[in-house]
Design a protein around this ligand. Sequence first.
Ligand code: RB5
Length: 145
Amino acid sequence: MIYIGADHAGYNLKEELKKHLKELGYDFEDLGNKESEPQDDYPDFALKVAQKATETREKGIVICGTGIGSCIVANKVRGARAAAVWDEFTAIQSREHNDANILCLGGRVLDAGTAKKIVRLWLETKFSGEERHLRRIRKIKEIEK
Ligand code: RB5
């Protein structure tokens, strides 16, 4: 299951990505927004996605204007390793090295085609499991305590 959410600046891209997830055969749940409402706030959606994804040990995708605000919020949730990703390289690295479980994207910085490529790669790429990356993630978990 993929949990997806967006504020008004990410709404259109969220709708595009939902179609793409369907094409790729992924189950997803949209945690809002349900329409593009200029007064909505990215912390509300980023928090919902990060909480659901960490509680269920699944993945989440959050979209705001830049991906940055959502990433800041999502990383406040224990167990979340949210990554603001902007291209194919950072999509792969955030999975292989950081074992990121929340993908944060910018609806005002990415075209739909690039965002779709990022999402597919991010979902398909596995954590490398290499000792040096495990050690670094253990350190993140220590900091979290
Ligand atoms: C909303 O205007 C914008 O600030 C928000 O979507 C996001 O980019 C924040 O990081």
